[in-house]
Design a binder for this molecule. Sequence first.
Ligand SMILES: Nc1ncnc2c1ncn2[C@@H]1O[C@H](COP(=O)(O)OP(=O)(O)OP(=O)(O)O)[C@@H](O)[C@H]1O
Ligand SMILES: [Mg+2]
Length: 268
Amino acid sequence: MAKVIAVSNQKGGVGKTTTAVNLAASFAALEKTTLLIDMDPQGNASQGFGFNEAQDRDIHELLDMAENPDLLSYDSIKSTILDTRLEYLKIITAAPDLAALEIELVNKMSRENRLKRVIELLKPHFEFIIIDAPPSLNLLTINTLTAATSVLIPVQCEYFALQGLAELFNTIRLVQKNLNNDLKIEGALLTMYDSRLSLSKQVAEEVRSCISEKVFQTVIPRNVKLGEAPSHGKPVILYDVQSSGSQAYMKLAEEILNKDLNKEITNG
Ligand SMILES: Nc1ncnc2c1ncn2[C@@H]1O[C@H](COP(=O)(O)OP(=O)(O)OP(=O)(O)O)[C@@H](O)[C@H]1O
Ligand SMILES: [Mg+2]
């Protein structure tokens, strides 16, 4: 059964999509069967794999179908799962029309559970499912947190980094209480770290002191290759495997795998 990791922070431009795309690619490079789901109407994760136009079938259609669980089966949704250049990585894309669903859902029954219904059918077919959430705390994000087993929070090493984190943790607690008791915090991930800047170091220290036990050892450096790779429709591992960005995301994947392995050993 897949572990489902939501990459979420309502703050814009903190490295959510870069993390979702490159963490998914790193798991796939380690031969873990992985699915990346784009839940952001901006479609940036889809574009990161060269899907620049709306596809015939995408996440919007699946969330529509999920209104009636009787219509939903793995067979009815599997043609939405697209191949990428990486053998072990598949993707379900998103396009701008997903923004309209957010509004349609407001008055619907079970509006928070649509993605969960879809993911329950996908879980047996993958080891990891990574979801790229939009920069808001709207129903698309609530669906993402409701469907996930854990949430990974990218935090940009900039001034104001901690702003909004309290609100995010509040939302996570509400989801844990009302919609998804099992939701765990995978960890906060420091992104765009620049070792030459004292500000980066300060922010890193501040984040570690606020949410100490839940911050990843791995830190993602500011690296120009991470910014360039999406314009080639590739994760950084296929664009420049030697780059510091590529190596950092491989390290992050290994850190998550090792943490899970240690937990399994401790739990017997
Ligand atoms: N470690 C990094 N080094 C250099 N550039 C980065 C890094 N991480 C992200 N970027 C760049 O910063 C910008 C924002 O990153 P990204 O799109 O991943 O953030 P986001 O949180 O998904 O944004 P949004 O809130 O709009 O969804 C992008 O142009 C991306 O290429
Ligand atoms: Mg994004």
